[in-house]
Structure formats: C-alpha cells, structure tokens
Design a protein around this ligand. Structure first.
Ligand code: SF4
Ligand code: SF4
Length: 417
C-alpha cells in the first residue's frame, strides 16, 4: 500500500512503524474472511482491510476522523486478521497507533462509560467493594447481572504469601536477602485486576496444584493493571504508567523465579508486549525485555514444566473456547487441548474456534449489541455437542459467556488435579 504520511509523524517511532505496517498490506482482503465484525455486518469498513484504509487516511491527515473512530471502535482487537494475513501485517499494533491518535475521549454516554471503566476496572480496591455490594444484593438483581458476580464463597478467596516488592535498583545485600526468602522452585502468579475480584478461585486452584508438586507460587503486592484497558481505549500515557509500575514490581525477581505466570490471557498478551511498548524508553527498555521474557501463559508453563496433571472428573465432556488473546495475540494454539486430552478429558469439536466470543475487554460494555450477537454464535457452536462444561483461559470470556448459558463456564486449569 502506498503511503503519504506527514514527515514530522514519520520522524517518530510510531510514525515509522505505522508506515512500515501500512506498506506491508497488499489489499488482498483474505483477512476479511476471519474478521468477526465483517462477518456480522458485511461492511468493508468493519473489516480489517477497510479499517487499514481508514487508519491510513487518519494518519495522513486532512480527512474526517469521525468515520475512522466509528469503525475502529467497532473493532474487537481480536487479531484474527493477523493470524490470517499472508503478508504478516501487524494490524493490532497499527490499530493501537491509530487509537492513540484518536485519543480516549468520546462524546455522550459512550464517552462517560469509557471514563468510568478506566477509573474503575484497573483498580481492585475500587472494583472489589462494588462487586461485594452487588453480591450482597444478588438476590434482587436480574439474572443477567447476577452471572457477572462471583459465587459468595469465591469472593472470599485470597492468595497467601504475597511478595513485597523491593526497589528495582538494589544493592547485592538486598538481593541476597530476597534469595534467602525464596524456596528452590518458585513462580510468580499475576493476579489481574478483574480476575482477583471476580474469579480469584482460578489462581487459588493453581496454587494448590503447584504446591502439591513442590512449586511455590507467590503474588507481587505492587502488581498494577497490565495496561491493556487503557491501551485499547487510546490512553497511552496512562497505560505506560501502569506498565512501568509492573516493571518496577517484577524486575527485582528476574533471576530468582522460574516464570511469571498469567492465568488471564488478556493480561498475559499485554505483559509479553512490554518490550515493544517500552522499546524507546532508555530506563525501562532493558528490564521490560527481562520481565517479559519470564512471562508465560499457564498452559505454556504447565506444558514446559511437564507437570503430571489428571482430570478431577473422569470422562467429562469439555468444550474449549480459546480466547483471542491466547490464540491470535500470543499464538499459543493446541497446548490446552493437548493438556486436557492427556489429563483424561473428552474434548468435543467446536466450529469456528478462531472467532471472538464478543467479550474483548470492555467491548461487551461499549458495543453491547455486536458483542451479544457474537456471543450467541459462539455459544451455539460451544453447546452443539452438549458438553458438561465450557472452559476458557481468560476472565473476560469466562464471565461474558457464563451470563448467557446454563452450562458451567470455568478456567480450564480448574478441571485438573
Ligand atoms: S490479509 Fe493482510 S495483506 Fe491482505 S488485506 Fe488483510 S491485512 Fe492487508
Ligand atoms: S482485530 Fe478482529 S475485529 Fe478487528 S479488524 Fe482484525 S479480525 Fe476484525
């Protein structure tokens, strides 16, 4: 694709990357075939190829940015188009550059909702009391809302053994003190801001599995939101602040732990992207590479650590929903299926597994009609073989799917013992 971006924009690293990405697109349109929003509307501008044209117009300047905003806001950032693209177009990165250009503000109710979500979701101390309050009022809430809430016992789950982060630049003496405090085989678990409030039982279950195999799992008290929510909503500087806080919290553990594990693939994909996001930062670029190098989805960790896990309920029929952030974002495919099959689960076939369920971070709240239409199709595919349970690997997919099905929806690790 030919581009004509302003020279002052090309002089920036974002401009350079945008130019490279735009030029790598050959307009073939293969990506439209796997784009969920294109499949819903049939509108070229709601598919990746059309959005790439809109982004080019936006970044070249002189065009109406409202059109780009409308169609970019309808994009799930599922990155199915990246998996399909034969030219390796980094659509997710391009969309992120465009969203930063558009900024986080929107007019009307949508703008207000975005502000509330950015104020609330990344902060467990704000989210948790709200969820607790709603849990207490669960009996009077509509069924649709109740399914968002953790079961009363789940909301009380807390992980022990928090690691209090030391300052990132430490003396050798401080370093030794940390080593002494740690057992021989240990991992850090990322708690996630929504997951620790809504599905804390996932990490508690993992902790039990690991402890039974002599592996100590610890949390880091200073863990902040991974930054995904701000990034998806175009608030780059707020995202970078959170990302740097995470580097400060986790970098002291590099060399001391085997892995930093994520059980929420939506957070994991962002943590793995820290080196790209901080590439131009002289202070954080190096520690970002070190921290991200340790980050693994729990499936990758279980597979590489060769943990011998068995299914808790023999012969259970399982429908697997791979989150987009795992299959397209992290390109982790086939691993969970293999682990579950090896453990003794019966995996049922699910059509169109590459398609998003509609959850997509805050998408289900900001674009509810499209999200519900996608969920309907996803649940039809997942329920076709009458599974006993639907499993996934991200808290957003789990809670969003659970609202609309009588079938139990769990994190896949919870099936194992
Ligand atoms: S498949 Fe790739 S190269 Fe083809 S239009 Fe889509 S993004 Fe461009
Ligand atoms: S990220 Fe998903 S919704 Fe957005 S253009 Fe790509 S395939 Fe379509």
């Amino acid at each position: 694709m030919q581009t004509n971006l302003p020279a002052d924009f090309i002089a920036t690293s974002a401009g350079q990357r945008a130019n490279e990405i735009l030029r790598s697109c050959v307009h073939c349109g293969f990506c439209n075939a796997t784009c969920p929003t294109y499949q819903l509307s049939g509108d070229e501008l709601d598919g990746p190829r059309g959005r790439i044209y809109l982004i080019k117009e936006l970044l070249e300047g002189g065009y109406d940015s409202t059109r780009a905003m409308t169609h970019l806001d309808r994009c799930l950032t599922c990155r199915a188009c990246e998996t399909t693209c034969p030219s390796g177009v980094a659509y997710g990165e391009l969309a992120e550059i465009a969203r930063v250009r558009l900024g986080p503000s929107r007019s009307g109710l949508n703008g207000l909702m975005r502000q509330v979500l950015r104020w609330l979701i990344p902060y467990p101390k704000r989210l948790s009391p709200l969820v607790t309050l709603a849990s207490k009022a669960r009996l009077v809430l509509p069924k649709q809302l109740r399914r968002y809430l953790p079961e009363p016992t789940q909301s009380k789950v807390r992980l022990p053994a928090d690691f209090q982060s030391q300052p990132r630049q430490k003396t050798d003496g401080d370093h030794d003190a940390v080593v002494e405090a740690l057992p021989s085989r240990q991992v850090v678990i990322l708690q996630g801001c929504v997951q620790r409030v809504v599905t804390a039982e996932v990490n508690t279950h993992l902790q039990t599995l690991l402890a039974a195999r002599g592996i100590k799992m610890m949390t880091v008290q200073a863990e902040a939101c991974c930054g995904a929510l701000d990034l998806h909503l175009g608030a780059e500087s707020a995202a970078l602040k959170k990302i740097k806080a995470n580097i400060d919290a986790l970098a002291p553990l590099v060399g001391l732990v085997d892995a930093i594990i994520s059980t929420a693939s939506g957070c994991g994909v962002t943590f793995k992207d820290y080196p790209r996001l901080l590439a131009d930062d002289p202070e954080y670029a190096e520690p970002a590479v070190a921290v991200a190098g340790l980050v693994q989805d729990v499936a990758e960790y279980v597979a590489t650590a060769d943990l011998d896990l068995a299914v808790a309920q023999k012969g259970i029929k399982v429908a697997w929903h791979p989150p987009c952030s795992l299959q397209h974002g992290q390109q982790v495919t086939g691993v969970v299926e293999e682990l579950l099959t090896r453990a003794g689960c019966e995996l049922v076939p699910v059509a169109d597994a590459h398609l998003c369920c509609g959850s997509a971070g805050t998408y289900s709240i900001l674009q509810p009609a499209r999200a519900k239409a996608l969920r309907e199709e996803k649940l039809e595919a997942l329920q076709k073989q009458s599974p006993d349970v639907i499993v996934t690997a991200n808290v957003g997919c789990q809670t969003f799917l659970a609202q609309a099905t009588p079938v139990a929806v769990r994190h896949w690790i919870e099936l194992l013992k």
